[in-house]
Design a binder for this molecule. Structure first.
Ligand code: ADP
Length: 499
C-alpha cells in the first residue's frame, strides 16, 4: 500500500485536533473536539485525563473518516501538545492518581518563590534555560506527590510522570512505552539542556525520584505503533514535540536567525539560535527548538501576554467592534491613531520589559479622539510588543534575521501584518497552511520514517502565501516607536506610584 499521508495529533489546552496532510504538506482535513476545563479554585486549572484521551481518539477517527482515506495509507503519526501540563499515573494499571494539572495553574506559585529564596533561581536558569515559574511541570509533580503522600510509591517505581505527549503515547501505542521527547522534557525544570538528561540536583531540589520519569527521546523518532483497535491498522508514532516547537518546525525555521510569531490570544515568538546554548539578557527563555539524531538545536522564546485578547476586549468589554475581523476596516478608516497609544498590560508585561505590576494604559487622547483611533491603537499595540520582542531576540542572538514567519488567528489581519513588517524593517511571511503546529508534527514524523532525507526536503512542505514588505519611512517608524516606548513608560510610572 502506498504511504501517502501524515497525520498530526495536536492536543491543545481547550481542544484536541487531528489533521491529515499529504506528503507535500498540503492539508486535507482537520477535526477538533473541545473538552471541559476544570477550575477547582481561583487560579487552579485541571483537565480530566480521560477527556484528553477520548477527545484525541475521536478527533483522529473523525479526521481520517472525513478525509476519506484508507488508514493503511498513513505513513506516520506525529504528536504535538500543550506543554508543561502534568500527569501522574500508576505504572501497573495506567490509572491517573490525579487530574492533569494544566500549565496555566498557579497552585505551586509559592513553591517557586521558595526555590528562588533558597538560591535555586540561577541554577535553574543555567541548567534548564528557563526562568523559574509555576508553569513548568516540576513543582506540579511535587505538589501531587506531597498532596497524595505518594513519595514512597514513586520511589519504588510504582508511578509514572508524563506531560501530555507522554501520556498519549502510553495509551495510544502498543506496549505502553513510557517516553517523552526532549522539547517536552525541557519544560519540566528538571531537564539539563547541557547533558540532555534529567538533572540529579534539580530532582533532589524538588524531591522527585528518577524512577517515575520517562525516557527522553529525540523529537523525530519512532516511539511505538498506534494500537490496531484505534484505526484498524498499526501506524508508527514517529514524532513528539511541544506545540511551540512543532510550530517553529512547521514554519520551516531551520536556519539560525529564523523566527516565527504566532498571533493568538497572546503571541508566542521563537527564534532558532542554532546548536549552541545561549542565555538571553532580556529575560527570554532558552529552550530546545528540537533534538534530531541526538543533536539539540536551541531557540529563544518570548511571549506577548495580551495580543488578540486586546481585540477581544474591544469587542466584548468596550463594544467598539462587533467582530475581531472588523478591527481591520475600522483601523483603516483613519490615517493614523491620532497620537493615541494603548498599552494592554492587563496582567503586567513579559519580555523584554518584565514588569508584573504594569497595568493597561491609554494615553495621548484629545477631544478629536474617536473609536477608530482606539481600535487602531489596539492593533498597533500587538505589532509594537512583537517588535520589541523581536528586537530583543536579534540583539541577544547576535545575529540577523531574514524575515518573520507568522501564523495564528490575528495574522489574518493585513493591516497588522503590514505594520509589523514596517516596524521590524523586514518581510513578514504568512504561509498557506496556518496550522503550523500540526504541520510541524506531521513533517517531523515524515522525517523520522524517512519520507524526507533532510531538513531541506522537509522545508518543501512549507509554502508561503503572502509576503508583507516594509514600506514605512524610517523617520515615521522612529517617531511611532518613540511614542510607544513613552506610553510604556507612562504605564510603568502609573504602576510604580501605587507601590
Ligand atoms: P488562540 O489559539 O490563542 O485561541 P487563535 O489563533 O484562534 O488564538 O486567534 C484568536 C485571537 O486572534 C483572538 O484573540 C482574536 O481576537 C484575534 N483575531 C482573530 N482574527 C483577527 C483579526 N482579523 N484581526 C485581529 N485580531 C484577530
Amino acid at each position: 500500500m502506498n504511504k501517502r499521508y501524515l497525520v498530526a495529533l495536536d492536543q491543545g489546552t481547550t481542544s484536541s485536533r487531528a489533521v491529515v496532510f499529504n506528503l507535500e504538506g498540503h492539508m486535507l482535513c482537520a477535526a477538533s473536539r473541545e473538552f471541559p476545563q476544570i477550575y477547582p479554585q481561583p487560579g487552579w486549572v485541571e483537565h480530566d485525563p480521560m477527556d484528553i484521551l477520548s477527545s484525541q481518539i475521536e478527533a483522529l477517527r473523525q479526521a481520517v473518516r472525513q478525509a476519506e482515506i484508507d488508514p493503511a495509507e498513513i505513513a506516520a503519526i506525529g504528536i504535538t501538545n500543550q506543554r508543561e501540563t502534568t500527569l501522574v499515573w500508576e505504572r501497573d494499571t495506567g490509572k491517573c492518581v490525579h487530574n492533569a494539572i494544566v500549565w496555566q495553574c498557579r497552585r505551586t506559585a509559592s513553591m517557586v518563590d521558595e526555590l528562588k529564596e533558597n538560591g535555586y533561581g540561577d541554577i535553574i536558569r543555567q541548567k534548564t534555560g528557563l526562568v523559574p515559574d509555576a508553569y513548568f511541570s516540576g513543582t506540579k509533580i511535587k505538589w501531587i506527590l506531597d498532596e497524595l503522600n505518594l513519595h514512597e510509591k514513586a520511589e519504588k517505581g510504582g508511578l509514572c510522570f508524563g506531560t501530555v505527549d507522554s501520556f498519549l503515547c502510553w495509551h495510544l501505542a502498543e506496549g505502553s512505552p513510557h517516553v517523552t521527547d526532549a522539547t517536552n522534557a525541557g519544560r519540566t525544570m528538571l531537564f539539563n539542556l547541557h547533558t540532555q538528561d534529567w538533572d540529579e540536583e534539580l530532582l533532589q531540589m524538588l524531591n522527585i525520584p528518577r524512577a517515575m520519569l520517562p525516557k527522553v527521546v529525540d523529537t523525530a523518532q519512532v516511539v511505538g505503533w498506534l494500537k490496531e483497535d484505534i484505526l484498524g491498522v498499526k501506524i508508527p508514532i514517529a514524532a513528539l514535540a511541544g506545540d511551540q516547537h512543532a510550530a517553529l518546525f512547521g514554519q520551516a525555521c531551520f536556519e539560525r536567525g529564523m523566527v516565527k510569531n504566532t498571533y493568538g490570544t497572546g503571541c508566542f515568538m521563537l527564534m532558532n539560535i542554532g546548536e549552541e546554548f545561549k542565555l538571553s539578557q532580556h529575560g527570554l527563555i532558552t529552550t530546545l527548538a528540537w533534538r534530531l539524531n541526538g543533536k539539540p538545536t536551541y531557540a529563544f522564546e518570548g511571549s506577548v501576554f495580551v495580543a488578540g485578547a486586546a481585540i477581544q476586549w474591544l469587542r466584548d468589554e468596550m463594544k467598539l467592534i462587533s467582530s475581531a475581523a472588523e478591527s481591520e476596516q475600522v483601523a483603516l478608516s483613519v490615517e493614523n491613531s491620532g497620537g493615541v497609544y494603548l498599552v494592554p498590560a492587563f496582567t503586567g508585561m513579559g519580555a523584554p520589559y518584565w514588569d508584573m505590576y504594569t497595568r493597561g494604559t491609554l494615553v495621548g487622547m484629545t477631544r478629536g479622539t474617536g473609536r477608530a483611533h482606539i481600535v487602531r491603537a489596539a492593533l498597533e499595540s500587538i505589532a509594537f510588543q512583537s517588535r520589541d520582542l523581536f528586537h530583543a531576540m536579534v540583539q541577544d542572538g547576535g545575529m540577523e534575521s531574514p524575515a518573520l514567519r507568522v501564523d495564528g488567528g490575528a495574522s489574518a489581519n493585513q493591516f497588522l501584518m503590514q505594520l509589523q513588517s514596517d516596524l521590524i524593517g523586514l518581510p513578514v511571511v504568512r504561509p498557506k497552511v496556518l496550522e503550523t503546529t500540526a504541520l510541524g508534527a506531521a513533517l517531523l514524523a515524515g522525517l523520522a520514517v524517512g519520507l524526507y532525507d533532510n531538513l531541506e526536503e522537509t522545508a518543501a512542505g512549507w509554502h508561503a502565501e503572502n509576503t508583507f514588505n516594509p514600506k514605512m519611512k524610517e523617520e515615521k517608524k522612529e517617531k511611532l516607536l518613540k511614542g510607544w516606548h513613552r506610553a510604556v513608560d507612562a504605564a510603568r510610572y502609573w504602576a510604580k506610584q501605587e507601590e
